[in-house]
Design a protein around this ligand. Sequence first.
Ligand SMILES: *[C@@H]1O[C@H](CO)[C@@H](O)[C@H](O)[C@H]1NC(C)=O
Ligand SMILES: *[C@@H]1O[C@H](CO)[C@@H](O)[C@H](O)[C@H]1NC(C)=O
Ligand SMILES: *[C@@H]1O[C@H](CO)[C@@H](O)[C@H](O)[C@H]1NC(C)=O
Length: 374
Amino acid sequence: MMMFGLSTTCALALVSGAWAIPSQVSGRQAAFRSTAITDFASPWALAFLPDNRILVTEKAGQLRLLDPNTKAKGTVTGVPRVRNAGQGGFGDVALHPNYAENNLIYISYSEPGSGTQANAAVARAKLVLNNSGGGALQDLQVIWRQNQQFGGDGHFSHRLLFDSNNSTLFISSGERQQFDPAQSLTSNLGKIIRLNDDGTPKEGNPYFSRGGVSAQIWALGVRNPLGIDWDEQGRLWEIEMGPQGGDEINLIEKGGNYGWPIVSQGNHYDGRPIPNHNTRPEFIPPKAFWVPVISPSSLVIYKGDLFRNWKGNAIISGLGAQGLVRVEITGNNAREVQRLSLGKRIRSVRQGPDGALYVLEDGQGGRLLKLTPN
Ligand SMILES: *[C@@H]1O[C@H](CO)[C@@H](O)[C@H](O)[C@H]1NC(C)=O
Ligand SMILES: *[C@@H]1O[C@H](CO)[C@@H](O)[C@H](O)[C@H]1NC(C)=O
Ligand SMILES: *[C@@H]1O[C@H](CO)[C@@H](O)[C@H](O)[C@H]1NC(C)=O
């Protein structure tokens, strides 16, 4: 069933005791405490190293290494040239599940093509760190590319997610604002991609026997999928920015077709209507959608112990929402239960090894915030 997420207040009522001085009773207490660690130049994504240091990508093409204890920020050299324009630039960063042995990291970015054209690309490289808080990428190999280039600099999406079971790499590949490629089996745009860790298509993919880019496809008919994560049962969830209205959270199934651009709960930006999901039952509808939009920028399904009541919830960062949106997953259903306002456009949320949530604000001077329960 589709449903609107219900929004409840982001603060818990503070029960004031008899000792309280009436003028100081605020009546509200935030559900979390936010601590700013440092800031970056348009940060886009972050990943934790086993030693708890944090890799942060900056959209213009810098890879930074932060020691959250000393707040020292180093640089990792060797990032490929990116096209930093519009929504494109340096994107995501993820560690190989066997990083401790192979030191491999994976990065995504908008790769410059001819003129103003570009495509999303994914590369892997060995991360070689030095003793002064910096390092270099070595033996960089581009292991995946979108097979069509366009101008416009929108909808690259390019989030990365590993399945630690057998080192499977998932890539969320946006449709570059071109609509129809999302339904085409000869395009890898508008798709959820499933690969081996060397970039070759994964056996068991629904169109594996067709070869070419068809063999890379795990699911299709997605628009601008900016977040993917596992739930505790090993199911894959995805969030995507919809058109005018209609941001979605989807439960991704092997071979599933999510209907973009044929159906959506939103409409085109020029006002032309798009048929709703209920007109075409062959396409899988979202588990929840948002009108007005939240502009979802990343997704983490919380698996920690620190926020005790949030285990198994989808935590979505929002640009337009200027904070986090907490979505409760019950069986096959999803429903918004809380808005956590941070007062800034939020680019990314990740769960730290300590169970805290680490949040990147969007744009120049975007801060890294650590959220812990109050
Ligand atoms: C460590 O790596 C950074 C980035 O490549 C570099 O600027 C710095 O000079 C290196 N330090 C040493 C001691 O090699
Ligand atoms: C691991 O992957 C195999 C096949 O790739 C699958 O059959 C199995 O269910 C997976 N195990 C878990 C725990 O996800
Ligand atoms: C891991 O992936 C390889 C290549 O796709 C496959 O041959 C193998 O059976 C898989 N192993 C498990 C445990 O899923």
